[in-house]
Design a protein. Structure first.
Length: 442
């Protein structure tokens, strides 16, 4: 044991006398802090914005309730957009879909900077509206990118390890006194393991020293303890994997230049070349061409629907929503054009859902293709797992889009049922709509 402690103390002395390694370590830790701070700032921004929206939500509800009271008293004439009509009552019912930020976002931004995290939902909304990708409007931010902990861990940690480890065993070979090491009755294997273990423990301790405070600030330990423990295990496995690879390189190395070159080549292969090749191949195999179908529905087919006659529209509505056959309007021999016009969004929504399903199916096929080759592309596996733990991955945003579609369907069902049954909306009925669309923290 004393022998190993002696090696550790010698390694500490070696590290402190290497300004380049110390400076590299400091810059790495600054990158960790900066990445976590970016995540924490975005986490606070999302929460504050959602709180602000909910405050406006209450103001809008109060204004509508006052309007109903004035109409019922007879002191206010009904406006053009009559709130006693179900269509306009539901249009004025505050309804938002929120992608509540996970406290784990501190450690990985994932897709959170590319896609919107709140949406005002109407009966004309879709899951691929422009406001769901509003961050893309900032090309400078996209081109520069924002450093997060995920990036630091995945791409910068191996570089730090190369700087720390490239001359372990190599320096002794360069200076031709490697055989003097074994005079102390220690094998090359034990000697390298002892030195590598020191740096492994050092890196892990420093990482968690800076991760824990940000976890406390964001409330990870109150709400996402299990995911934090999973992330911690993943960090240990990822760092240990690189240490193992570099240990093998150093064990069979022929000097510092040889070891450094092999380490850099390994990093380039696993972090740049292999992920880039898989990304290029998957993009060719699953090109993003289905968005043209969405644009076709949102522009061309929507206008074609508006050009249809009232009787054809009614037929389409009854085909798409068979439950309307039992309503008052369906059993009336007269054709009310205003009722049909207020129902058109239901037809458009059915077209939008078909296209959205097509787009999501294409994306899922691409994701499954990437997943099937994770053994050959391990770095992307680790990156995607971190995004999954922090709920900033594709699947988290897919659930958010599903929730938006659920609210759209719910609005349309209310509009159709109440419009076709000639419902007159009063204050109590409006409050029913409000309760139906009130968002709980998710």
């Amino acid at each position: 044991m004393k022998r190993y402690l002696k090696i550790v103390f010698i390694e500490i002395s070696h590290l402190t006398r290497s300004p380049f390694k110390i400076i590299s370590l400091i810059f790495y830790l600054l990158a960790v802090i900066y990445g976590c701070q970016n995540g924490y700032n975005l986490f606070k921004k999302h929460n504050n914005e959602i709180i602000s929206i909910k405050a406006n939500y209450e103001d809008q509800k109060a204004k509508m309730l006052f309007q109903y009271e004035e109409i019922e008293k007879g002191t206010l004439e009904r406006p053009r957009r009559d709130p006693t009509i179900p269509y306009w009552a539901i249009w004025n019912t505050p309804s938002y879909a929120f992608k509540y930020p996970s406290p784990m976002m501190v450690f990985s931004l994932g897709q959170s900077e590319q896609y919107g995290y709140y949406k005002k939902v109407t009966n004309w909304s879709t899951t691929f509206d422009n406001d769901l990708a509003e961050e893309i409007a900032n090309p400078e931010r996209l081109s520069i990118g924002t450093l997060d902990f995920n990036f630091v861990l995945i791409y910068l940690t191996p570089i730090l390890l190369i700087i720390m480890l490239f001359n372990i065993g190599g320096l002794e070979i360069d200076l031709k006194f490697i055989h003097l090491i074994y005079v102390n009755n220690i094998s090359k294997k034990e000697w390298l393991i002892a030195r590598f273990t020191f740096y492994f423990i050092l890196v892990i301790i420093l990482l968690f020293t800076f991760l824990l405070p940000f976890g406390l600030l964001s409330g990870v330990f109150q709400n996402e303890l299990i995911n934090f423990l999973k992330l911690s295990l993943l960090i240990l496995v990822y760092v240990l994997t690189w240490f193992s690879i570099f240990y093998i390189i150093n064990y069979w190395g022929n000097g510092s230049p040889d070891q450094a070159l092999k380490m850099i080549s390994t990093w380039l292969a696993f972090c740049i070349i292999i992920p880039g090749a898989f990304h290029q191949f998957s993009s060719l195999k699953y090109s993003a061409n289905y968005m043209t179908d969405y644009l076709d529905v949102s522009r061309n087919q929507k206008y074609e629907i508006f050009d249809l006659s009232t009787d054809i529209l009614q037929t389409k509505l009854l085909e798409s929503f068979p439950n309307l056959r039992s309503t008052l309007h369906a059993n009336d021999t007269t054709l009310n054009k205003s009722v049909i016009n207020r129902s058109i969004s239901g037809i458009v929504n059915t077209y939008n859902k078909k296209v959205s399903h097509k787009i999501e199916t294409s994306k899922e096929a691409k994701n499954q293709f990437v997943k099937s080759y994770f053994l050959l592309n391990p770095v992307i596996y680790f990156q995607n797992k971190i995004n999954a733990f922090t709920k900033t991955d594709y699947y988290a945003y897919r659930e958010y889009r599903k929730h938006i579609q659920f609210l759209v369907d719910k609005k349309i069902n209310f509009i159709l049922e109440d419009t076709w049954n000639n419902v007159i909306v009063n204050k109590e009925k409006y409050l029913q709509y409000v309760r139906a669309f009130k968002q709980k923290h998710g």
